[in-house]
Design a protein around this ligand. Sequence first.
Ligand SMILES: Nc1ncnc2c1ncn2[C@@H]1O[C@H](COP(=O)(O)OP(=O)(O)O)[C@@H](O)[C@H]1O
Ligand SMILES: Cc1ncc(COP(=O)(O)OP(=O)(O)O)c(N)n1
Length: 274
Amino acid sequence: MRIVTTIAGSDSGGGAGIQADLKTFQELDVFGTSVITALTAQNTLGVSGVLPIEVSFIEKQVLALLEDFPLSAIKTGMLFSSKIIQVIASQIKDLEIPLIVDPVMIAKGGENLLQQEAIEALRIYLLPLATVLTPNIPEAEVLTGKKIESIADIKHAAETLIRLGVQCVVIKGGHLVDEKYATDYVFFNNGRTFSMQAKRINTKNTHGTGCTFSAALTAFIAQGLPLEQAIIEAKKFIQMAITHDLNIGNGHGPTNHFAYRKNMEISEVTVLEA
Ligand SMILES: Nc1ncnc2c1ncn2[C@@H]1O[C@H](COP(=O)(O)OP(=O)(O)O)[C@@H](O)[C@H]1O
Ligand SMILES: Cc1ncc(COP(=O)(O)OP(=O)(O)O)c(N)n1
């Protein structure tokens, strides 16, 4: 049994954050552990409160895991502050364990999940450690300081992020204006690049899509899938989860973490070579 961990914030509503990650891990047959960086009071309508955990206690959680578990992969999500980022980076920097960094910044409702002052810390301390970085378009814009309005801009953003030390970057296209497809763009530090195109599902229930995608990627990497295959399989997982979305709550409902295991419907993901 492969063991993985997620270092992220708790979503009381269960659709994103630690809860989405652990559900995804369970569905993909890896044993999930967690380090909670912050509590959020959250539901499908939005975030009504954020309570960061004391940095020394976050450090303690990481230590507790490292002294007992041979982790096969580590994922980070909501990290909230520069102090939290620095402590986590120094605790994991010498581990030779794949690191998947989902640079969570803003919740769907617009609430800040990462303080403004922490962006530089992400760039300096965490990105150089990342095996895979999975920004959405607004996150890629913030990390590179440049607006993204075209495929050429996506490519430039990826080049900038790779120069910061990231081995592979998946720029997710959920926020792109495209009625037909949800396309994600993948770039490796050896120059290899491809994109993944899937039918855009017309639904408001997309809470936690980014967390779920990166958690699935973490699980597939932990299972030993080659990186390229793990990324494509994670895209299939999220496509199924959105296709069979759950109408839970009154706002943006969660995705369906059960769908992939139940093999609910073959949902096509087309890989396009650059
Ligand atoms: N309506 C949709 N239909 C199909 N796939 C989607 C849809 N919205 C987002 N996705 C996919 O979900 C994943 C998360 O993307 P995105 O929404 O951009 O990230 P985040 O949740 O971090 O904002 C990506 O693979 C993206 O292409
Ligand atoms: C605790 C917590 N972590 C992350 C998020 C953001 O999740 P994401 O997958 O980007 O989905 P949306 O919030 O955009 O729906 C969160 N909301 N809470």
